[in-house]
Design a protein around this ligand. Structure first.
Ligand code: KG4
Ligand code: ZN
Length: 391
């Protein structure tokens, strides 16, 4: 099954062409083409992502990324099919009426390459920034109609779960995981603990009551004068502070550590950093030490709640996913702790290049959901939903 996947939920415009051989969850996945355009340099200037700006960038780059992914795959369009009849043109213009620039680039693309024989289009429909999501969703609907291809909406967070167990280095398959499984999903918009009784069966058992971890990383980075996105910047400084054994910069709280439930809160920690740094001129050593103190507090809370969730539900597997799972300190701490306390449990973190947003994970989730694919004309019911939930 040839899958074209499309991800535009935040600040990456990502499209892949993936060939799935076999049935989910035992398939192998060949990544034939993969294109990702990161808008980070544009958003960095403003210290964060503005949805309308993200949308504009997706509109400008989605066709070039499609072209890149398809060219890389070596797949060729059927040039003989490059005419668009009047009726189809009206329908396509309707689908993309809010993205007039996109319709012209799509028509030019189609004139050049014709239709592609693809079995499934998988597109992120949420959660994420709605204006950004709509670009991917409407573009996917237009392509589905143009190429007469079934389409399936995908939950971005399910993509993160699957990308953490995707063994891209060894055999291009999903790892054979044992249930029940606990998933800790940590990204720019989410912090949640999910109980999985099987593939696709999710129950939310804990979540943040205010900021997401990634959001806290980004905001604290800003207080420390570091660039967006803050995660990698803080991580780098924190590692330096550990290596150089810098003294504690501030005593920071570990919010809700002993709340007894599986919920989180990070806004108090963020505020504590603000108080600790305000009216101070920070040296490079101060910044590194503050970054480490913050990261240690975050790690302590995430580790304790994940351990509680695993023990409460007798989990055999722990999956950590979402952009913050790129954090190597977090990974080391989780692996060491679970190895010593639950040696029978397997802990999964994503390969570094699959930890932040990408479209390979959307192809995996699309394959998992392929049975619920809609015929191209049924794609009208697919809507972007910024708050789409896993469970
Ligand atoms: O999953 P993701 O790419 O996008 C969302 O779905 O939100 O996650 C982005 C978040 C950002 O907040 C970023 O600062 C954080 O992941 N992040 C990290 C690291 N790399 C990215 N946080 C901590 N350590 C990292 N190495
Ligand atoms: Zn994400």
């Amino acid at each position: 099954m040839l899958i074209l996947s499309i991800e535009t939920s935040c600040d990456e415009t990502a499209l892949s062409l993936v060939e799935a051989k076999g049935e989910f969850p035992h398939a192998t996945y060949d990544i034939l083409g993969n294109a990702l355009w990161s808008q980070i340099d544009i958003h960095r200037e403003y210290g964060g992502v503005f949805p309308m700006m993200a949308k504009r960038e997706h509109v400008a780059t989605i066709v070039p990324m499609l072209e890149k992914a398809l060219t890389e795959s070596g797949l060729e369009g059927r040039e003989s099919s490059n005419e668009i009849d009047e009726y189809l043109e009206v329908e396509l213009r309707k689908i993309l009426e809010r993205e007039p620039l996109l319709i012209e680039t799509l028509f030019a693309f189609h004139k050049k390459y014709g239709s592609y024989d693809i079995d499934l289009i998988a597109v992120t429909s949420g959660p994420g920034l709605e204006p950004a999501l709509w670009v991917g969703v409407n573009f996917a609907r237009a392509l589905a109609l143009l190429w007469n291809t079934p389409i399936v909406p995908v939950n971005h967070m399910e993509g993160h779960v699957l990308s953490s167990v995707f063994d891209i280095e060894r055999d291009d398959m999903l790892s054979d995981i044992a249930f029940p499984t606990i998933s800790l999903l940590i990204s720019g918009g989410h912090t949640e603990l999910i109980l999985m009784s099987d593939w696709g069966k999710y129950e939310k058992i804990g979540q943040t009551r205010d900021d997401a971890v990634g959001e806290a990383y980004d905001k604290v980075a800003r207080m420390l004068g570091l660039q967006y996105p803050g995660g990698p910047e803080i991580a780098k400084r924190a590692e330096k502070a550990r290596k150089e054994k810098l003294p504690e910069f501030a005593k920071l709280p570990t919010p809700m550590l002993n709340s007894g439930d599986l919920d989180f809160s990070f806004s108090g920690l963020k505020t504590a950093v603000r108080y600790a740094v305000q009216d101070k001129t920070l040296s490079e050593a101060d910044i590194c030490a503050a970054a480490r103190d913050f990261e240690d507090a975050v790690t302590t809370v995430l580790l304790k709640k994940s351990l509680m969730a695993v023990e409460k539900h007798g989990a055999q597997t722990l999956i950590v996913g979402g952009g913050v799972s790129a954090n190597q300190h977090l990974k080391r701490m989780f692996e060491a702790k679970f190895l010593s306390e639950h040696p029978d449990l397997t802990v999964y973190f994503p390969q570094p290049k699959l930890s932040t947003d990408n479209s390979i994970m959307i192809a995996l989730a699309g394959h998992a959901r392929a049975v619920s694919a809609l015929a191209p004309r049924g794609a009208d019911v697919i809507r972007a939903d910024g708050n789409k939930s896993l469970a």
